[in-house]
Design a binder for this molecule. Structure first.
Ligand SMILES: NC(=O)c1ccc[n+]([C@@H]2O[C@H](COP(=O)([O-])OP(=O)(O)OC[C@H]3O[C@@H](n4cnc5c(N)ncnc54)[C@H](O)[C@@H]3O)[C@@H](O)[C@H]2O)c1
Length: 270
């Protein structure tokens, strides 16, 4: 399926780790829709080598960048602008990592040094990316930035741990920088709040199987998968959503506005 929605557009995709990654599927869809791409991930992720398969398919260079390192980000934008011979039309921020979860720390026993790292990678990295682009004037007029988030920013999902706070901060940076970039260059910045999805980051959440089947039962349309998230991101990068900015957009099959479903009630009555 291609409608050339992104014909002539140039974008940077952060966070394609393997073929399950939301960023991986988004890169494929953006390519199908006519975009030119630059792929990036942390040097440690690049060493896995998987991303090279994607790079071949979408004819994109891979430029490594640790998203917490301003020098890396500057080099990434310089490399991308050189490759595109001009500015950038869209960016996907598809990055998340919880150090406390990795180290098995319960929310109530949080290690604050780990937490700083989590917030830097998962939330303030969006500020770092936008700030780098801002300083270099790297994003074109009416560009579009999308970052991925989760509804634990609004409601408690206990096992989501410190990532709930990280996503709340990410959504706040989206609004705050979205304001400034909108005024300056009509650049829009939004978050997409995605259903639980079976990826490396997703499966790191404790009790993920229960989590994903509960969400499936609580969503009138069922859970949105990674491919459907990629389709939605394409629309947000396209010219059909030029006046949408500073929003948290739920892409969750209706989960966010559902109080209860028959499927869940039936289960409770058993
Ligand atoms: N999978 C889910 O259930 C789900 C649901 C809602 C939102 N999200 C969000 O979607 C985004 C993508 O996650 P995913 O599920 O595709 O998992 P994923 O594990 O495939 O992607 C996470 C990416 O973050 C990258 N990353 C980590 N530290 C980095 C650093 N320092 N610098 C640069 N990149 C770094 C990883 O290398 C990886 O590519 C994340 O923001 C995640 O929180 C996921």
């Amino acid at each position: 399926m291609s409608n050339n929605l992104l014909k002539g557009k140039k974008g940077i995709i952060f966070g394609a780790l393997d073929e399950k990654s939301i960023a991986w599927l988004t890169a494929l869809r953006c390519h199908e829709e006519g975009a030119q791409l630059v792929l990036t991930n942390a040097p440690v992720a690049l060493r896995m080598g998987e991303i090279n398969k994607l790079a071949e398919t979408v004819h994109a260079p891979v430029i490594g960048a640790d998203v917490t390192n301003m020098d890396d980000l500057k080099k990434l934008f310089e490399g991308a602008m050189k490759h595109f011979d001009g500015g950038i039309d869209f960016i996907l921020h598809s990055i998340g990592m919880s150090v406390n979860v990795r180290k098995g720390k319960h929310y109530t026993e949080m290690d604050y040094a780990f937490n700083q790292k989590t917030l830097d990678i998962s939330s303030m990295s969006l500020h770092r990316v936008l700030r780098t682009a801002w300083d270099m004037d790297a994003i074109n007029y009416r560009g579009s930035i999308v970052a991925l988030t989760y509804i634990a920013a609004q409601r408690v999902f206990p096992d989501y741990n410190e990532m709930a706070d990280a996503k709340a901060l990410l959504e706040s940076v989206t609004r705050s920088f979205g304001y400034h970039y909108g005024v300056r260059k009509k650049v829009r910045v939004n978050t997409v709040s995605q259903s639980p999805t079976r990826t490396t980051a997703g499966s790191g959440v404790k009790g993920f199987d229960g989590f994903i089947s509960y969400a499936e039962k609580m969503s009138p349309l069922g859970n949105a998968d990674a491919g459907q998230c990629a389709d939605y991101c394409v629309t947000l990068f396209s010219d059909y959503t030029q006046m949408v900015t500073m929003q948290n957009l739920f892409h969750d099959g209706g989960f966010s506005y559902t109080g209860v479903t028959e499927a869940v009630i039936n289960q409770m009555e058993k």
